[in-house]
Design a protein around this ligand. Structure first.
Ligand SMILES: *Cc1c(COP(=O)(O)O)cnc(C)c1O
Length: 482
């Protein structure tokens, strides 16, 4: 047994020491203020950023758990929910809550659906939810925790949920379907109107995941982009999630879940009065929670207003169009689908795209990769707008470099094959090997040091046996938090 080296501190430390310790640690973090990070950080710029911090501070020690004690938080939450309900074309009946994030909003929407089913349809013991392939993993996480059976809906060639296959997947146990507006992976908006019609006709609940798009699509539509209706205007939509901490430009730890009416929201709420500690009730998943993110959400809506969001969306989409056009001019690079917002992915027909991403990361760019198809994934925010030409010029070089390293490309494809084979033959050994590689790739990401990441991402994307990859990721997580 290795001896524990970090022990509970004895004497207290000076605040200056603590600040300088954390300050030094933070220097190893990925830089977002360079404008070279896509997604992850949504920065509303000065002075809004300072105001958000200031209102968050106002609620640093307060507790949103008890609505009677800190009624200002309830007031701000109810007003915020109402403003978003208005934005998403809900009527007076729409009800909802602020949560800590998209995952919690999604969890609650599934819990409400499950418990409603238990109340009204006792004959269904294992409820089924139909999830498009491209849906965010938070739905699988929630379904896993809540005892749903997940039924996966394939995508059409345009990377949208294939509605024509819905009826084939419907069983007597189906209670809920989900669509994304847009999906994280491809930035595509599922055919929400058709799905809504299907849900309505079959008396199913229908959740629209607008975690990414909730604070962009309404403004893009107003600016004249051809955004199809995705919100409460669509008959059949029963709940929607939207994240303040993404394009809402709010504080981290804030999202909203909305239901078409309070009757649908009822099963989200929880009460327990048999507790010796007294009566207990809570609207969301968390008990004790901060009022800070709530106050920040209220604040950012008021600071920017419709006009501010329109302006930010206009700039972001103009920048995105410039970026997309530039990518088109580089030989071999193609967009995945035809996404309308600032979330999109691109592939390469000529080179290993993960080698291109490795080159780009070594120049300080930070972004995600997706696996199906293998592609570089960009979420363009306000932070990136001044750096689009720089990105394109680096991309041109990176593509050329990856092309010149043809041999290396073959090696990377070959090593993929070898490792894949090894994982079949010697699962333990190969997994620990690739686990080390992966841990390395993750550790370095954003520091311009990710040489070798291409092989790892290549293997993870191309391996058929995904349970091997899952096991490896669990192992990495376990080691990361030890
Ligand atoms: C980010 C995201 C989520 C999950 O939200 P978290 O706030 O990270 O929990 C769900 N759906 C989509 C489309 C997302 O982009």
């Amino acid at each position: 047994m290795k001896k524990r080296t970090v022990l509970f501190p004895g004497k207290g430390r000076k605040p200056e020491d603590i600040m300088s310790y954390i300050g030094r640690l933070k220097q190893n973090d990925a830089r977002w203020d360079t404008g070279k990070m896509f997604g992850f950080v949504y920065y509303p710029e000065s002075p809004a950023a300072e105001v958000l911090k200031a209102v968050s501070q106002l609620y640093f020690f307060e507790n949103a758990l008890n609505p009677n004690l800190f009624s200002s938080i309830v007031h701000l939450e109810n007003q915020t929910v109402s403003m978003v309900a208005d934005l998403l074309h809900g009527n007076e009946d729409v009800a909802g809550n602020i949560t800590l994030g998209g995952t919690e909003s999604i969890f609650l929407a599934l819990k409400a659906a499950r418990d409603r089913n238990r109340r009204l349809h006792t004959e269904i013991t294992v409820p089924e939810v139909i999830l498009p392939v491209s849906v965010h993993p938070a739905f699988h996480k929630a379904a896993h925790c809540l005892g749903f059976k997940t039924v996966v809906l394939p995508l059409s060639a345009d990377f949208k949920a294939d509605v024509s296959q819905l009826s084939g997947l419907l069983t007597k146990n189906t209670i809920l379907i989900v669509g994304s507006a847009p999906s994280y992976a491809h930035g595509m908006i599922d055919p929400i109107e058709e799905m809504g019609q299907f849900a309505y006709q079959n008396k199913l609940l229908f959740h629209v995941d607008a975690c990414l798009g909730g604070f962009m699509l309404p403004f893009a539509e107003e600016l004249g982009y051809p955004i199809p209706p995705f919100d409460f205007r669509v008959q059949g939509v029963t709940s929607i999630s939207a994240d303040f901490h993404k394009f809402g430009y709010g504080a981290k730890g804030s999202s909203v879940v909305l239901y078409r009416n309070r009757e649908l929201r009822k099963d989200q709420l929880f009460a327990f009065s048999r507790w010796p500690g007294g009566i207990f009730g809570s609207p969301t998943l968390m008990g004790t929670r901060s009022g800070g993110p709530v106050a920040a959400a209220w604040t950012i809506l008021h600071l920017l207003g419709r006009q501010g969001y329109l302006e930010m969306t206009r700039k972001t989409l103009e920048g995105t169009d410039r970026l997309k056009n530039g990518i088109h001019t580089i030989p071999g690079l193609n967009l995945v689908g035809n996404p309308l917002t600032s979330i999109f992915s691109f592939t390469s027909t000529l080179n290993d795209i993960f080698m291109i991403s490795e080159e780009m990361e070594s120049k300080g760019w930070v972004f995600d990769r997706i696996a199906q198809p293998e592609a570089i994934h960009l979420i363009v925010t306000m932070l990136n707008l001044a750096h689009i030409d720089e990105f394109l010029s680096d991309l041109q070089t990176a593509t050329a470099t990856a092309g010149k390293k043809k041999l290396k490309k073959t090696t990377s494809l070959l090593s993929r094959k070898v490792v894949n084979k090894m994982m079949d033959l010697f699962p333990g050994k190969a997994q620990s090997l690739i686990g080390t590689m992966a841990a390395d790739a993750f550790k370095k990401s954003g520091t311009g040091n990710e040489k070798g990441s291409a092989t790892f991402y290549g293997i993870a994307a191309s391996r058929d046996n995904k349970s091997d990859i899952d096991a490896m990721i669990l192992d990495i997580l376990d080691k990361t938090y030890s």
